[in-house]
Design a protein around this ligand. Structure first.
Ligand SMILES: [Zn+2]
Length: 388
């Protein structure tokens, strides 16, 4: 574990119940916002959009709405949003919702000021890894879920539908949101299943950070605390969505995990599942492959000490071996009612796995961050062992 690090997170974070009601008092980074939300109904039905619009108006900021973002934001979403931002003269982008909206907002902020096909700036199979020439428009992130940590990180994941490619990018420190609102009150309406999927996504951001080959000791403090809070409060938030204390601590865990998004190939393997099957929620895909992934790490004895720390953080205080973490993980899945998720219910068939392995490799992946190097055969086995 490294003990040298740089801590440079430029996002001003306002965390706490009722924080959204104070948005109008906070310094905004511009005079006209492009508000980015998904095509789903919840932001409008729950009144969150109207509240944000009113806050902006009270602050004297104009706004335009882009409400077309897909659950997995597409290149087309980014391009469409950027066109509106330019045509309407928006000088900042406000992402409201879950990771989809916030990721798309960050990408639009770059696409609005950088010329050409935005996919050229992405990495992976058909991306060209071109460098941005202009800094993005400032982004305000208002999260309504506790899962992606997108409100506090500079990254975004977008999908090129034509080629099934899902690729992450970002330009730290410029693409961090300048202002983030984490108001647990906005999460009270998330249904139990989604609460669990999102909570496990946050959990795996943290657990992958702890086993990550490049992790430093400072980042580990954030990640282990996130794991502890999720272990204690996620089952309560799933089983009683109106438990304010549980919602607050799960939200805190998510943001803590977001500070250091040091993912490993567990995330690369999941991105293939949900790129091939976009209706699969990211968190559900991670849950499906997690046991086999951490089993491969336990078998390799590459990060025993770290997995013991994770088991202890999840409440298994007498943990002595790496496998204890997998047992603790299983217990948490049972407590949240997600231990029986089946790939087959999302149309995933084992015949797809070799192509997914090849695609994960071609996309660059996060394999170098794994504590043990995994061969293609091992990756295939992780998918196969996870299938039911
Ligand atoms: Zn994730």
């Amino acid at each position: 574990m490294k003990t040298d690090f740089v801590f440079d997170i430029p996002t001003k974070l306002h965390f706490g119940k009722g924080t959204l009601n104070r948005l109008h008092e906070l310094p905004l980074p511009g005079k006209k916002a492009l508000i980015v939300i998904t095509g789903g109904k919840s932001m409008k039905a729950n009144g969150y959009l109207a509240r944000v619009q009113k806050e902006l108006e009270t602050a004297g900021a104009a706004h335009v709405l882009f409400d077309q973002v897909c659950a997995n934001p597409t290149l087309q979403n980014v391009t469409d949003g950027a066109v509106i931002a330019r045509e309407e003269g928006c000088d900042f982008i406000l992402g409201l919702g879950g990771g989809s909206s916030m990721d798309c907002a960050k990408a639009i902020a770059l696409a609005a000021v950088n010329e050409g096909d935005f996919w050229n700036y992405q990495h992976g199979k058909t991306g060209k890894g071109q460098m941005y020439s202009e800094k993005p428009l400032p982004v305000v992130a208002i999260t309504t879920t506790a899962g992606t940590g997108s409100e506090i990180d500079p990254w975004f994941v977008i999908t090129k539908t034509e080629t099934n490619e899902k690729s992450g990018a970002g330009w730290p420190p410029y693409s961090y949101p300048v202002l983030s609102i984490v108001d647990p009150e906005l999460m009270m309406t998330v249904p139990p299943k989604m609460t669990a999927y999102q909570g496990f996504d946050a959990l795996f951001h943290a657990t992958e950070s702890v086993i990550n080959r490049f992790e430093d000791a400072f980042a580990e403090m954030f990640a282990l605390q996130a794991v502890t809070l999720i272990g204690r409060y996620l089952p309560m938030a799933v089983n009683n969505g109106s438990d304010e204390e549980a919602r607050t601590y799960v939200a805190m865990a998510n943001t803590l995990a977001g500070y250091y998004m040091n993912c490993t190939s567990e995330h690369s393997l999941e991105h293939e599942l949900s790129a091939f099957h976009p209706q699969l929620p990211h968190g559900a895909g991670l849950i499906m492959i997690s046991r086999a992934y951490y089993q491969a790490m336990a078998d390799a004895h590459a990060c025993d000490e770290q997995m013991i720390k994770l088991a202890k953080a999840l409440g298994k205080t007498d943990a002595t071996q790496a496998k204890d973490f997998i047992d603790a993980l299983e217990q948490l899945m049972i407590a949240c009612g997600v231990d029986e998720l089946k790939m087959s219910e999302y149309g995933i068939v084992p015949e797809e796995f070799p192509e997914m392995v090849a695609s994960a490799r071609a996309m660059g992946g996060l394999f170098a961050a794994d504590p043990a190097e995994l061969t293609d055969e091992q990756l295939l086995k992780i998918y196969q062992d996870s299938w039911k």
